[in-house]
Write a protein that binds this ligand. Sequence first.
Ligand code: SF4
Ligand code: SF4
Length: 438
Amino acid sequence: MAKLTFPGGIHPYDGKDLSKDKPITEILPKGDLVYPLSQHIGAPATPIVQKGDRVLTGQKIAEAGGFVSAPIYATVSGTVKAIEPRRIVTGDSVMSIIVENDGQYEEVEYAPADLDALSKEEIIGRIKEAGVVGMGGAGFPTHVKLSPKEPEKIEYVIANCAECEPYLTSDYRRMIENPELLVQGLQCILKLFDNARGILAVEDNKPDAIEALKKAASGVDRIEVKALKTKYPQGAERQLIYAVTGREINSSMLPADAGCVVDNVDTIVSINQAVREGKPLMHRIVTVTGDAIADPRNFIVRIGTNYSELIEEAGGFKQDPVKVVSGGPMMGFSLFGLDVPTTKTSSALLCMTHDEVSDHEPSACINCGRCVEACPERLLPSKLADFAEHGDMDKFKAYEGMECVECGSCSYVCPAKRQLTQEIKSMRKTELANRKKK
Ligand code: SF4
Ligand code: SF4
């Protein structure tokens, strides 16, 4: 695959060659499964099982805690061992249901349906009941996203097939292995929006994925494939909407304000499964990669599986990792340990023998302007980080700090290795928390 390009013309190593040719393989969990009740944006789910209960694969174990929330399902059969706080990838301790796997994978019966026979309300209901959330990282409940105030104003349903983060290849594998599932999922969403076209938006460094999707979408009404320039962060929602439609949105707008709905690859496949097969969200594809991994792979993983098992399935470490990240190198979370569960939003596990950031001590800004060139939002990252360091929220907001999409480009290109994104991110977090309190 080609190198990535930042808006400023900088080319980071994209790392995708490590795993892009590894077909998706299913792995079965060996240890206990851990289901955090907060693995989505919104209210935590509420447990509907108790310690000692036997559960089946596909059985609901936690109910949505409100409209902006999502239920959680057991992904194996077994016994509820405990309901207690467990560590997740962010380092937070979150109340979780722990299920001891009996290795039988005894499953509930699902209720398939014919898409043509379903009403819009029934489609949304099936997606909500299946616990589908944005699997690209955000975890926003999908039924909420698919219920804009004015559905007739939605003109574009965009399948986010950009996968612009370095190292990640799970969407790529899905596109070349099961393009028909993406097209079928997009058809389910399009049934909700009578005036919309479905666009499968793929970066042009994946010509075989573009080819496969074009073939699968050939002759399908209202669906087309659009090749996008390979440019980090092309898959960020705002950048994607702009690339596909030429419309701009800011932090105070929703994609629906620009007539768009955007969903990522795994989410669309899960929507298809929920609507047509009546199956809840139980699996996701995880890329396990990095130069510390013996055999980088793309796995289909049961949600709740411990991260350490994913490493083991990928042949373990060939060299001790200096940095382990959940997600991609630009936007993922650095991990302190591997004893955390795979959740609905776990896209990758990246293990690196070098950490470019901690290899170098941050030094003073040399005013080179590289961060400004690299910023897709045309912000002044160096100034924003200064304001963040001094806790100057007024100036931070005046310089549009809230428009940052936390893409990590500024930190990546900074020769002084300033922790620009981290500073800006923490300031944004503070402001968002202040807004919630009001
Ligand atoms: S300021 Fe935000 S949007 Fe701009 S490059 Fe840095 S992280 Fe990305
Ligand atoms: S890239 Fe780093 S050194 Fe260059 S202007 Fe930005 S903060 Fe300063």
